[in-house]
Design a protein around this ligand. Sequence first.
Ligand code: FPP
Length: 254
Amino acid sequence: MFSKKEVANETPTIDMERIPQHIAIIMDGNGRWAQKRHLPRVAGHKQGMQTVKTVTIAASKLGVKVLTLYAFSTENWKRPSSEVNYLMQLPIRFFSTFVPDLIKNNVRVMVMGDTSQLPEPTQKAVSDAIKDTADCDGMILNFALNYGGRDEITRAVKSIAAEVSAGEIQPDEITDQLIGSHLMTAPLGKLADPDLLIRTSGEERISNFLLWQLAYSELVFVPEHWPDFDADSLKKAIIEFQGRHRRFGGLKNK
Ligand code: FPP
């Protein structure tokens, strides 16, 4: 048996000097969380929205620079319309209660994805939140809304092809950097690529999220359903990240 002290010594603690700058999260398991409680699936999304609040504040306090959350994918339109409608209401509810807390914590809202397809009131809630937090220069809370990695790459390829056919660039000027500058994460500059991707609920897939940007991210899959994820779960995932050796294709940990 370990004494309390030995256990404490062996438990890894978070290294505040090595907090991942950009964390991306696939918030999975809302439906299963609700089903386990004999509740409708949307009750899981409602609770999931509370988790977004908790995790946003926790990440900001830890010094994370960008938190990207996969809130609605280009494939989520296939869900029953009642569930899609509920998901479209969530940003309205979220921002109507949470913008003052975001401002208090110096968190700036950004969005990536084709927001033009969202219902008008959802678009307005999102653009108001972006405007209201525009002066915050702490963490960026980046919502992926009607976002898909393949859609993003397709749009980038089309726009680069248009520039080539207009004679604005030559094909051999197409580089990693040029492609990055045509992706929806371009406004994040050097922080575009997540250091850490977390997916909740035990599934080990990328599901069309940030396909280009995840090239060298550390992937951490956790068993909790998203509504059960909290500040401690975030810290645990960061500790797991800090135990990894990132080599970016080279030989040494840089
Ligand atoms: C995946 O769980 C979750 C979603 C598709 C929606 C995620 C949205 C939220 C967590 C709320 C977002 C809040 C704001 C403020 C926009 P699932 O429904 O696929 O769960 P399942 O795999 O158990 O069915």
